[in-house]
Design a protein around this ligand. Sequence first.
Ligand SMILES: Nc1ncnc2c1ncn2[C@@H]1O[C@H](COP(=O)(O)OP(=O)(O)O)[C@@H](O)[C@H]1O
Ligand SMILES: [Mg+2]
Length: 254
Amino acid sequence: MTATANGTDAARDIVVIEDLHKSFGNVEVLKGIDLAVAAGEAVVIVGSSGSGKSTCLRCINRLEEPTRGRIIVGGQEITGRKVDLNALRRRIGMVFQGINLYPHMTALGNVTLAMRKVAGLSRAEADEKARHYLDLVGLAHKADSYPAQLSGGQQQRVGIARAMALEPQVMLFDEPTSALDPELVGEVLNVMVRTKQLGMTMIVVTHEMQFAREVADRVVFMDGGKVLDVGTPHEILVEPRHQRIRDFINRTRT
Ligand SMILES: Nc1ncnc2c1ncn2[C@@H]1O[C@H](COP(=O)(O)OP(=O)(O)O)[C@@H](O)[C@H]1O
Ligand SMILES: [Mg+2]
């Protein structure tokens, strides 16, 4: 086993973030993030708007270029210059707040597209796999529906199936339920619970505190571009040590 100085374990950790800094112009929005996520772990990131949660996730799949620091995914440093971004993004699934299916393609078409274009599967292989993942998100019967024929929650579930179908090493979720009508939030959270039960490693940004309390192995509280505290859901969300976190919880109590 190869343990590094900051106590992370390269053999066990799927994602290791070391001293991550990110500036936009002369504004530093990430001020040194350290975080290691173990295989099969669900880490939920919470914190006020503007604290850097999305920027942190976006650095993990290189939608943003870190200004300083290292990120290692599946044992490979992904912050180097020579990284193949297509290969990297195949290993890292991402689901955003906004729903971004192709409107002119069916649910099945949306799920198979990346498998055929990025992973190079044949149509038959891609279709079979896509149906498996649509079934996983409870939408096998909607394979031939177009996005406009699906609710927002169903569309977001197709987005999860699309990401999962590439069998990534880690799934990143950035407020996947924030754009949904309240009655559609639960079905998407239930699918996320299932992905966790399948053993998927997950990093989830959400304001759904009940989900964080019940599903997270650890909760990270971000504040002003730094990690203010990390711990069990109980330590961070139920009996927080920091007044800053107590104030946040009281504002978002659900
Ligand atoms: N592309 C960008 N250019 C300039 N500033 C940005 C950009 N993206 C994010 N920011 C700023 O970085 C800070 C952190 O943003 P973000 O990571 O989106 O926070 P959160 O997801 O926690 O709400 C905010 O002040 C935001 O305005
Ligand atoms: Mg955000």
